[in-house]
Design a protein around this ligand. Sequence first.
Ligand code: R5P
Length: 290
Amino acid sequence: MADLDDLRKGNNFAIGVTSGEQRFHVKGAANLPWGMKDQLSRIFNPATGKAVMLAFDHGFIMGPTSGLERIDLNILPLVEYADCLMCTRGILQSVVPPTVNKPVCLRSDAGTSILTELNDNVIIDIEDAIRLNVSAMAVMLAIGDTSYEAKTIANLYKMVDLGSRYGIPVMGVTAVGKQMARDARYFGLASRICAENGAHIVKTYYCEGFDKVAAACPVPVVIAGGKKLPEKEALELCYKAIQDGAAGVDMGRNVFQSPSTQAMIQAVHAVVHTGITAEQGYELYQDLAK
Ligand code: R5P
C-alpha cells in the first residue's frame, strides 16, 4: 500500500494549454500501435527520420563471402556506427554480443542458396523473433517470378499478420530476378506491392527515377547498396537516394568490402543523417581512412 501520509494534491494541470500534438517521424506509421512505433523509432532516428542499417545477412545465401569471413572481426567493429543490424538468427546468436544493444532487423525467411535458383522460401517462427527481441523482420518478395511471386507475397502477408500481433514491424525486401529490368517501373511496382501487403519498411534498389518509387510508396524505403562500388560512387548512391526520398540505407558490401570499413560506415552515416554531399562524404571517408 502506498504511503498516504504525504499524499499531495496535484495543482499543476496547465489548464488552457492544449496538449501537444504528437507527430511521428516514420512515414505511414502514424496510426500504428505504440509498440510498433517504439520499434520503428529504434531503427529510424527520431531527430532525422533516417536510418543506416548495416546488412550482413548475405551468408544465408552466399556463405562466407568476402568481408564476412569472420563476422566477429569484420563486422563487430562497425556495429557502433550503425543504427540497426540486419542479420540472420544464426549469426545474431553465435557472434553478436547482446551487450551491443542495437535494434536488429532479422532476416526472417530462408530457403535459397547461390547454388540454386530461387527456392521455396519459408518464414521463421515468430516465437524466435520475439525471443531474440528483434525490432523488425525482413522477408523477401520475388515480384515477377512466375514460380515464387505468390509464395513470397504470402510469406510477407503472414509475417505482417504475426508481426502485428506481437508489435514487430516487417520489412519487405524486393529481390530482383535476372530477367527483371532494374528500373523505376519495376522497383515502384515491387515496393508498392510490399507496402500494400502491409510491410512497414521496404528495401529496394536505387535507380533512375527513384523519386517516383519513394513517392508512391506509403512507407519508408531504404536502399540496398548492391555490388561493391568505388567508395565515392557508393556515397553518391547514398546521397542521391536520400535526396530522392529514401529514408536510409540497408547497406552491406559497400561497407564491409571497403578497404576501410569503419571510415566507410561513418561516411555513409554522415551522408544519410546530416545532409552532407557525396563529395563531403568522400572527403570524410578519406580523412577517416588515413
Ligand atoms: C541480400 O541478400 C541481403 O538481403 C542484403 O542484406 C542486401 O542485399 C543489402 O546488402 P548489399 O548492400 O550488399 O546489397
